[in-house]
Design a binder for this molecule. Sequence first.
Ligand SMILES: [Zn+2]
Length: 515
Amino acid sequence: MAKSPFINRLSRRDFLKSTSAAAIAGSMAATGCAGRKPVIIPDATGEPLPPRTLFGNGRLVSLPDGRVTPGWSLLIEDGRIVYAGPDKPFSGMEARRIDLAGEYLLPGLMDAHCHMTLPSAASFSPLLGPATWRQLRRNFENQLASGVTRVRDMGAMPPLLHTLVREVEKGELAGPDVITCNAIFNVDGGHPDITPSDVSWLAAMGSLFTGAPTVAFKEEELASAFEANCRNADFVKITLDNTSLIAGKPSINRYSDDALPAIFRLADAAGKPVAGHAMRRFGVRRALAYPIHSLEHTVSDGPLDETTLQKMVDKKVSVVPTTILANLYTLLDLAEPIPKGLLSRRAYLEAPIREAYLASVTEADVEPAIHHTNLAMLETMQKYPFSELYTRGDYTFNPHQYLPILTHGRQNLMRMKEAGIRIGCGTDAGVPLNYHGTIVRELQCMARLGFTNAEALTCATLNNAHILGMENEAGTLAPGKRADVITMAKNPVKDLAALNDLTLIVKNGTVYEKT
Ligand SMILES: [Zn+2]
């Protein structure tokens, strides 16, 4: 295996411990960013490893029932599980033997909605350039360190993503395996919320090298644009809503009823599933006219009607709710007052959880410059009303879109769950304030909204495996599947916080240990 960049990370960390760390530490302490958490390193010792790895004496956590079975073994060969069952000595077999000493075993987690090439920053300032470059690589490391062995990337900079994914495949960058999507199609050539004209000219120039996050083209050019953009993508991402997520942005354009069928036809002919961004009933109803594979985010602008819900069941649509957005973007203390009707008891419950989290963020979680930019955005939102924010070029999230996730959104999600609709787990990490490596926060948020811990864990493993199209490859600890395993000292079904202290992370049979 090639030398891991984590080795470089470690020496950088050592360096930071010395003199020049003082300045950074000072500024971090001011925002509660003190301290570090351990990173993980692969077991690339340079020594040839035995052909097999045998994990013994573990406690298997079964999902979805959450049952725990002690005395469990896993035998791994060529990156796959070849035995999963009660402890057996396998005497005489050449294997690297790891005694789990009663620790808990789960399949590797999956993040079905994240943006690996977005830096989680609220600003497009070119001044963030160096921090952004560092952060994009750290996105991979932090995801893996949090127990995420596979992700479905929901778009940003496809060529750059493919470069980083190749580094992961070659063992030069520690990170999850990635299911990739195209540059997002949009009429205006932007995410409906951030069009090219919204970003700085320097950032726009940067996209010449990194690949444009989204592609603008006339509807009559669909076929050639599809070929150019989706050739290397595992699936197709489109946006379906008719309102913007950006505070104060007056309107957004959308595809015509002629263009959408064409996109689905092209995707179908290429054998690529389609994922649709839909937080509004408008987008969901529109999507259901087509063979949509998954709906992204939580539909929350009002109660879903029975017909729509039944259609979702009939069409076997999956949903990736990204509920953590309600926690991160449910802001109550803003210059523009929040209408009373939007406030709920749950909003007041989420606010202190977000505050405590933001105060706990360290430079191990995110590049300090990025975190500072995000905290500055929160302050700006306390100064100006939404329309003024947009005119000033401060593109911040619109709480009117996110607050209802805690009311209508939650009720819709619970009804989907009861109706047997497959619900996955995605963090939307990469968008402002939403740092990679935080899947535990999404799981905990799902639990606060009404999922049991075991259900939430099932969403992030078995259900996500289906959504990633990998149900025969991952999602459970069964013979024949890829060896994606995480271990921890405490039972995650009792308390999801157990996921904050992973002891081992195994991806495709490679064992990563925390330093
Ligand atoms: Zn997203």
